[in-house]
Design a protein around this ligand. Sequence first.
Ligand SMILES: [Zn+2]
Length: 135
Amino acid sequence: MAMTMKLNKLTKEEERVIVHKGTEMPFTGEYDQNFKPGTYVCRRCEAPLYRSDDKFDAHCGWPAFDKEIPGAIKHVPPDMLHKSLGAADELQCARCGAYLGHQFVGEGFTQTNTRACVNSISMKFIPKKEGKDGK
Ligand SMILES: [Zn+2]
């Protein structure tokens, strides 16, 4: 594996979330209601993070996934605020350390009993190339 990492330039708002661990407003992210087939990659380094097959609608206002791409996500302890909100882990891109969101467990949404709550702005959606386009 090459050790050089190409990082995308971030907008001010992307930087606020990805670098400074901000949170986008709920129900405003561009992928909250996106259920098209494809892969979600890191906005900064484009490492694949989550698959559309594992996305579900948790009605929480942010994209929710019940599984991650193995090895793609770094889990660290949450800060006090998110811990008090029930978060089990803080989620970062394993490759570049971009802040993604938080993981919650034990809520019973899906079989894995796990909800990765991820800011849309931390990711970029790559639609699946094969197959038909929409309807
Ligand atoms: Zn990354």
